[in-house]
Design a protein around this ligand. Structure first.
Ligand code: XMP
Length: 517
């Protein structure tokens, strides 16, 4: 792999993704990693990330200096660049000149493999207080900016490189080229990591892990569980059985998409649990959001365990056993929960709609090394339906937390219609890639006066909550075109009985969460 050393900002994940976009497998490691641990991983290259600290701060993150002497090609970025400068005998100065945002840099003519093929004046993205004031001996200065004399340096001979700017950020004009030059040219790493390889590798691994045991997997209708199950099915065929709980809080057509489209494209064996009555009975009279979440979580586990129990008995009858459970855990969860890099990550992990940790199964996690966009690419490679692979995030508790007030059949029906209209019009306008997701919320306890035809109405408002986000931890409301909003509003008020008003949520996160409950 290429190791991305995390100095504690969110940049490491972005760098790891960009490296993979260059078709090279990458892994994130904490900056506390030792040279011996690095050597054990046998990396083809190392990228040092940026970070929020100054190399002068007491307790600022450091790097085992022996890492730079391993003979593995290294690219330092921003803070990582400064750490390199300091460890290799250059100088880092606190000049008091901060650079933040789009910054022009001028390349030194005749420079190294890192920037050799690039225009001599380019825009980069900077974010730093300290600057490298003198490159280490034997290093060529490759670029400078108005306030930073050494904005990049290199030793082609030692295969050590550094840039002050952030090549992983799209605002750096030739950023991806810098990374590719480092990976392919300077470090000589082939561009051979792709979806097909990942599938082959996982299939082999799953076969080895699972042996002849049976495996179960809960499908939610979302991308992760669908792709995870499809890979496992490719590996062990009908040793896998999927369980899909219909809790009645799904959106229009979702059950059919799983039962028909997904099953047709994968051939997995699916058991659907029709638990609609059970959930709605349990939710009757409940309006408090946390109570709703708890009830939905509890009922979900109950339904899943009952279905799993039945499959265990069935397996026993066949002289087999079920030892494994598939989980669609993704790489960011792995990094965020186990990274231990001192990153301030304030991710409240909602696992409503998830499973308890004390299940008697070992986990099969075929997506553990992957980012979301990679999971989608693999789903497409496996031929899964686009409605599932391209699906935007949808919470485990479903529409249950999008009805502000008591959840009833009638209200769910109404919300499902409004939601279907909003989703249809957003897709028709080609906006699916502009938004992260767009919750549609029914304010069931609010009524307002309206006029329709000649008559007065007294109906409920529907809230549109379109958001743009990178990871759902922060978000901004999406500035949707007025004509699209008008179309959605017109259709919902005309076509959904009981709704006489459509309102737009213009709150960022923070302070508002994405969901209303
Ligand atoms: P909030 O509302 O906290 O949501 O800003 C952040 C993201 O998480 C989704 N979400 C959930 N997903 N189970 C889930 O699987 C849940 O209980 C849950 N609650 C919120 C939400 O849709 C958004 O993408």
């Amino acid at each position: 792999p290429v190791l991305v050393v995390d100095f504690g900002a969110q940049y490491a994940q972005l760098i790891a993704r960009r490296v993979r976009e260059a078709s090279v497998y990458s892994e994130i490691v904490p900056h506390t990693i030792t040279a011996a641990e690095v050597a054990e991983k046998n990396p083809l290259g190392i990228v040092l990330s940026g970070g929020p600290s100054s190399v002068y701060d007491a307790g600022s993150p450091t790097l085992d200096p022996a890492i730079l002497g391993l003979g593995v090609p290294v690219l330092g970025i921003c803070y990582g660049f400064q750490v390199m400068a300091q460890q290799l005998g250059g100088e880092v100065a606190n000049t008091g000149l901060r650079e933040y945002g789009a910054t022009d840099v001028t390349l030194t003519p005749g420079t190294s493999m890192l920037l050799g093929d690039q225009p001599s004046l380019q825009t980069t993205w900077m974010s730093h207080g300290d600057s490298v004031s003198r490159a280490p001996d034997g290093f060529a200065v490759l670029a400078s900016s108005a306030s930073t004399p050494v904005a990049a340096f290199a030793s082609d001979e030692r295969r050590l490189y550094g840039v002050q700017w952030h090549p992983e950020v799209k605002h750096s004009e030739f950023g991806q080229r810098v990374l590719e030059n480092f990976l392919h040219t300077a470090a000589g790493i082939p561009a051979d990591w792709n979806s097909a390889n990942v599938i082959d590798e996982q299939v082999a691994r799953i076969r080895e892990q699972v042996g002849t045991s049976r495996v179960i997997c809960g499908l939610s209708g979302g991308v992760d569980s669908a792709v995870a199950a499809a890979i496992v099915h490719k590996a062990v065929g009908d040793q896998l059985v999927c369980i899909f709980v219909d809790h009645g809080l799904l959106r229009q057509d979702e059950r059919r998409q799983v039962e028909e489209d997904y099953v047709a494209s994968t051939g997995v064996r699916l058991v659907t649990v029709d638990a609609v009555d059970q959930f709605l009975d349990a939710l009757a009279g409940v309006t408090d959001p946390e109570t709703k979440r708890k009830i939905i979580g509890r009922e979900f586990i109950r339904s899943f365990e009952n279905a799993a129990e039945a499959l265990v008995l069935e397996a026993q009858g066949d002289g087999a056993s079920i030892d494994f459970l598939v989980q669609g855990t993704l790489y960011p969860d792995v990094v965020e929960s186990g990274g231990g890099t001192g990153t301030a990550n304030i991710k409240s992990h909602h696992n409503v709609g998830g499973l308890p940790e004390d299940l008697k199964f070992s986990l099969v996690e075929p997506l553990r090394t992957l980012f979301k966009d990679e999971v989608r690419a693999i789903g497409r490679e496996l031929g899964l339906p686009e409605v599932i692979v391209g699906r935007q995030p949808f919470p485990g508790p479903g529409l249950g937390i999008r009805i502000v007030g008591e959840v009833t059949r009638e209200r769910l029906e109404l919300l499902r219609s409004a939601d279907a209209i909003a989703r249809f019009e957003l897709s028709a306008a080609g906006l699916d890639n502009e938004i992260w997701q767009c919750p549609v919320v029914l304010l069931a306890d609010v009524r307002s006066v309206g006029v329709q035809g000649d008559g007065r109405t007294y109906g409920h408002p529907i809230v549109l909550r379109p958001v743009s986000s990178e990871d759902a931890m922060t978000a901004d409301w999406t500035r949707l075109p007025y004509d699209v909003l008008a179309k959605i509003s017109n259709r919902i008020t005309n076509e959904v009985p009981g709704v006489n008003r459509v309102v737009l949520d213009v709150t960022s996160k923070p302070p508002g969460t994405i969901e209303w409950e």
